[in-house]
Design a protein around this ligand. Structure first.
Ligand code: MG
Ligand code: MG
Ligand code: MG
Length: 305
């Protein structure tokens, strides 16, 4: 039976591509591994898979009695419900350390880099596993996506170096053009407000409070009409009502390099203070592009039990 390589819920491009690229590296190490995902690819990931001729990982929602490697997360809230009945063999991640624990020793490759695929490139080099051009192209896209074309404060020199090396393998010469093509695909708003909120959505436990944070990265926020914004706010209020203390939607303008925040919370003030947001006609968070580095840590601090 193959071991599974599985990314987080509401998979983003890094999560989908990490499953594919890490399964490849594991196979190169003689481990029979299979890429899977907790959902179908979002428009950006679909673009990437199609561009480089890769197939979407099979959707898996139960991992009971399976042996698995986790990629791009270590939080229980982002894992399948029955993760406690699985055997976790390893983790590759670039987020804060989550609350998963294991009964047996495991491989952990955790680095504060901009993308899980940057770490996977280092692991491939360490084990001398060659990366084929199509997987290299997809890994490059994951880095461009997670670091928002190297503009996110999460981006490190390791990400840039990995991206350059992967571009060479993939035969990509214009990283910026590829990135813009990908972000155009990502800026697709042709979905229900609920699907837009959950396209890239993560629940966090913050001092016992369930706080859900979605993010939509768009080439321009001008694409969001006043009507759509209202629909997103109404839907976000419902999402909050589904057992959450707070629901946030971070609307990131990747060209303006900042985000507008939509919010529904039992404690708006604490959130606005933590994120230094002013409530006027809209909440604009200047320079905020990264959920993991600029949104989650201040909230985690503010809601610490
Ligand atoms: Mg991710
Ligand atoms: Mg990632
Ligand atoms: Mg992201």
């Amino acid at each position: 039976m193959s071991v599974l390589v599985l990314g987080h819920k509401n998979p983003d491009t890094d999560s989908i591509v990490s499953a594919i690229s890490y399964a490849h590296v594991l196979k190169g190490r003689g481990i029979d591994a299979k890429a899977v995902a907790q959902g179908t690819p979002a428009p950006e990931s679909e673009f990437v898979l199609q561009k480089f001729g890769l197939t979407a990982p099979e959707v898996v929602n139960s991992v009971k009695d399976k042996e698995i490697y986790l990629v791009d997360y270590s939080d229980l809230a982002q894992a399948p419900e029955d993760i406690k009945d699985a055997k976790i063999l390893g983790i590759v991640d670039h987020h804060k350390l989550g609350d998963l624990t294991t009964d047996t020793p495991l491989e952990a490759w955790l680095q504060p880099y901009g993308c899980s695929n940057t770490i996977i490139k280092l692991i491939a080099d360490y084990y001398k596993v060659e990366i084929p051009a199509n997987i290299a192209g997809a890994m490059l896209c994951a880095i461009l996506s997670d670091t928002v074309l190297f503009k996110s404060p999460t981006c490190t020199p390791f990400d840039k170096k990995a991206a350059e090396e992967l571009a060479k393998i993939a035969g990509v010469s214009d990283l910026n053009a590829l990135g813009m093509e990908m972000f155009k695909a990502k800026s697709n708003l042709n979905a229900s407000p609920r699907d837009l909120i959950f396209r890239d959505f993560k629940d966090f436990d913050m001092g016992g409070k369930k706080i859900g944070i979605g993010q939509l990265e768009l080439i321009s926020l001008d694409m969001i009409s006043a009507t759509l914004k209202q629909e997103l706010q109404d839907e976000l209020n419902k999402v909050k009502g589904e057992g959450r203390h707070s629901a946030l939607l971070v609307l990131t303008d990747i060209m303006k390099e900042g985000s507008e925040l939509l919010l529904c919370s039992d404690d708006e003030n604490t959130i606005l203070t933590a994120l230094k947001g002013q409530k006027s006609d809209k909440i604009w968070l200047d320079g905020v592009m990264s959920r993991k580095k600029q949104v989650v840590p201040p909230l985690q601090g503010a809601f610490k039990a």
